[in-house]
Write a protein that binds this ligand. Structure first.
Ligand code: NAD
Length: 343
């Protein structure tokens, strides 16, 4: 396979994981980087030995010489940069949250479709080893037809030290973290017909909500609860694990803290260790997320080579993004939201 050349825009906190992962991915490497902050450009350029460095994305595209762009900036610039990629006919990966609003997200998908370029959202949580293990157990028919689920992320981890901007936005946990949990719920139990949400702010030092409880009606008739909190002090901190409970017609699945997968059915109960690998550049407790960054980037390259749609394509991600918008709307109005009508 010829090696694809990539350019990365946004050399901040999380992009370092993406750069490490690109070193490991088969079939692609990063040949140019861009950040409007000269200090970040230097830190990442020096750490990963990238000579081509740009302070301005227009200049990066004007010079060209790459096959795809990996947009790792925060949400404010996503629409501008994705549309720039579309104008230049360069396939694009865009970090989550995909856009500021659902109408922006729809416009970005449309721009890439019209330009005929693949667009993938870096929605990596469904690529975590334990989440894949749950999906595989369901696909192997281990519990029959699932009728109920719970997707839970409760923690008191200080995310604000690495990402100070998270304390400043009007919106916090649903937009930043719940977006992943909602995507996992869709990935495991299918698309969602309607949604009801309640939110709270417990930490007085932040602007947005840090607790959310969301009830999902899936199109296949299953019901699930997505509950997320950064205000939950536990005896053993689970960050950044998503815990899952699934009840099916023939049994149950439990993904428990410490990466245990318990499957109970007519044959009895089996418990398997579904821990993520600790990649050479990874560090605990982030290794679960870091491994999924590698997995989604490898998927990007593999699907490009096959000319096939990506699991978290822009079009797919509209259905996750709609759940985020619906959750805020539901919490504000105290009403159930028809998700299908938003798409
Ligand atoms: P950050 O603020 O540390 O880094 C963003 C960088 O982008 C900064 O260096 C900034 O100077 C640069 N930038 C912004 N706009 C630019 C532009 N128009 N042109 C060039 N450079 C520009 O943010 P972060 O914490 O690294 O988060 C980046 C994105 O990653 C966010 O959308 C965040 O939600 C997401 N994220 C995803 C995960 C995950 O697991 N998928 C985890 C953490 C963060």
């Amino acid at each position: 396979m010829t090696e694809l050349k990539g350019a990365l825009i946004g050399c901040g906190f999380f992009a370092v994981n993406q750069m490490h992962a690109w070193n490991d991915v088969r079939g692609a490497s990063i040949v140019a980087i861009c950040d409007r902050d000269p200090e970040r450009l230097k830190v990442v350029g020096d750490q990963f030995g990238i000579a081509r460095r740009y302070g301005d994305a227009e200049a990066l595209f004007a010079d060209g010489g790459f096959d795809f762009v990996d947009i790792a900036t925060t949400v404010q610039s996503h629409r501008t940069l994705v549309e720039m990629a579309a104008r230049n006919k360069v396939p694009a990966i865009c970090q989550k949250p995909f856009a500021k609003t659902l109408s922006d997200a729809k416009a970005m998908v449309e721009a890439c479709r019209n330009a005929g370029i693949p667009l993938m959202v870096h929605e990596n949580f469904r690529w975590q080893t334990p989440i894949q293990a749950v999906r595989n157990a369901l696909e192997a028919d281990a519990i029959g037809t699932p009728f109920w689920g719970r997707f839970s992320f409760r923690s008191a981890y200080d995310v604000f030290s690495g990402q100070p901007y998270l304390a400043e936005g009007e919106r916090f946990i649903i937009e930043d973290l719940g977006i992943h949990t909602l995507d996992i719920a869709r990935y495991i139990l299918g698309d969602v017909r309607s949604l009801t949400a309640r939110t709270k702010r417990v930490n007085p030092r932040i602007k947005g909500e840090d607790v959310a409880t969301i009830l999902l009606d899936h199109e296949n008739g299953a019901t699930s609860v997505v509950d997320v909190s950064y205000a939950t002090k536990l005896s053993r901190e689970p960050f950044p694990e998503t815990l899952i409970e699934l009840d099916g017609s023939e049994g149950t699945i439990r993904l428990t803290q410490g990466y245990g997968l318990q499957v109970t059915n007519a044959k009895g109960t089996t418990t398997t260790d579904v821990s993520p690998r600790l990649l050479s550049w990874a560090s605990r407790p982030w290794h679960n997320i870091q491994e999924s960054v590698y997995a989604i980037q490898q998927h990007w390259v593999d699907q490009l080579a096959r000319g096939a749609e990506h699991s978290t394509s822009g079009a797919d991600n509209l259905k996750t993004f709609a759940l985020v918008e619906a959750a805020y709307d539901s919490a504000a109005r105290g009403q159930t939201i028809d998700v299908g009508a938003m798409l």
